[in-house]
Design a protein around this ligand. Structure first.
Ligand SMILES: [Zn+2]
Length: 248
C-alpha cells in the first residue's frame, strides 16, 4: 500500500495505483483494534494480534478491490482503474464506461469472488502447525473475507450486489437506463418498508435488529462519502461513481 502523488499516480496509471483517501487510517486501526480484542479473549499477544489484524484486514480489503480492477482493465471502455483506501473501507475508482451489461456484471462479481478465494486460501493456511490462538486469528481473518464477500453482495447502492443487478438487468433489457429505473423503483419501495421493518426487528430481536440498523447506517454513511469525493479525488474521477464496498 503506497500513497502516490498525482504525478506518480499518472506514471503508474497502468500498474494500479493505490491511494490513501480521507480516513485511510481508520480501517487499518479498526482491524488492529478488533483483532487485538479477539486476541485478548483467545490468549494471543495483543501486539501480534493487532499487527495481524492491521495487515491482514487491510490486505483483505485491497484483495477485494484488486479483484474488480483486474477484470475492469480487460475492457476497452475502462481507461484506468485504481484503488483508494478510505473511511469505512476501500473503493475502486474507474475512469471510462462499460459498453455492455455483461462487462458491469463481470466487474461487480470479481470483487466478492476474490474475497471468497482469498478467504479459502487463508483458511487452508490454518492446517499448518501453529499455536492455537494464532490458528483462531487466522480463521477469523478467513471468516472476515467470507463476510466481505457476502456483505458486498447485498443489492443496495453502492455495493457490488447493486452493480451486479444493474449489469444483469442491463443485459436482460438491453439498456442501462431502464435497468437503473427498475432498481430505482425497487429502492424507493425499500426506503418505505425497511425503516419500520428494522424498528420491529429491534423490538423483537434487539441483537439482530441493532446489527442490521448499524449495517444500514454504515452503508448510508459510505453512500454519502462516495457521493462527495475529496477535491483531490474529484480531479481524477470521471463521470462515473466509484465501485466497491466499503469497503468495502
Ligand atoms: Zn466490491
Amino acid at each position: 500500500m503506497v500513497s502516490l502523488s498525482r504525478a506518480h499516480a499518472l506514471r503508474f496509471r497502468r500498474s494500479v495505483p493505490v491511494t490513501l483517501g480521507r480516513g485511510a487510517l481508520a480501517p487499518i486501526l479498526g482491524f488492529a483494534v478488533v483483532f487485538a480484542g479477539f486476541g485478548a479473549r483467545t490468549g494471543m499477544p495483543l501486539a501480534a494480534a493487532a499487527v495481524l489484524g492491521a495487515i491482514g484486514g487491510t490486505s483483505s480489503l485491497l484483495v477485494h478491490e484488486f479483484g474488480h480492477v483486474r477484470v475492469a482493465r480487460r475492457f476497452d471502455g475502462i481507461r484506468s482503474a485504481s484503488v483508494s483506501l478510505l473511511w469505512l473501507g476501500a473503493a475502486t475508482r474507474l475512469e471510462g464506461a462499460y459498453k455492455r451489461g455483461s462487462e458491469q456484471t463481470r466487474v461487480a462479481i470479481a470483487g466478492p469472488r476474490a474475497s471468497f478465494e482469498f478467504g479459502l486460501s487463508i483458511a487452508a493456511l490454518a492446517v499448518l502447525p501453529m499455536p492455537l490462538p494464532l490458528r483462531e486469528a487466522v480463521l477469523m481473518l478467513a471468516l472476515l473475507n467470507v463476510a466481505i464477500g457476502v456483505l458486498t453482495l447485498i443489492p443496495a447502492y453502492p455495493l457490488d450486489g447493486y452493480k451486479l443487478m444493474v449489469g444483469l438487468l442491463w443485459s436482460a433489457t438491453g439498456s442501462r437506463q431502464s435497468a437503473q429505473r427498475v432498481l430505482g423503483r425497487i429502492g424507493r419501495v425499500a426506503a418505505v418498508i425497511v425503516p419500520p421493518a428494522t424498528a420491529i426487528l429491534v423490538a423483537a430481536k434487539p441483537s439482530i435488529g441493532l446489527g442490521a440498523a448499524i449495517m444500514a447506517g454504515t452503508l448510508f454513511m459510505q453512500n454519502q462519502l462516495l457521493r462527495k469525493p475529496s477535491p483531490n479525488a474529484r480531479k481524477r474521477v470521471a463521470a462515473r461513481p466509484p465501485s466497491g464496498p466499503g469497503a468495502r
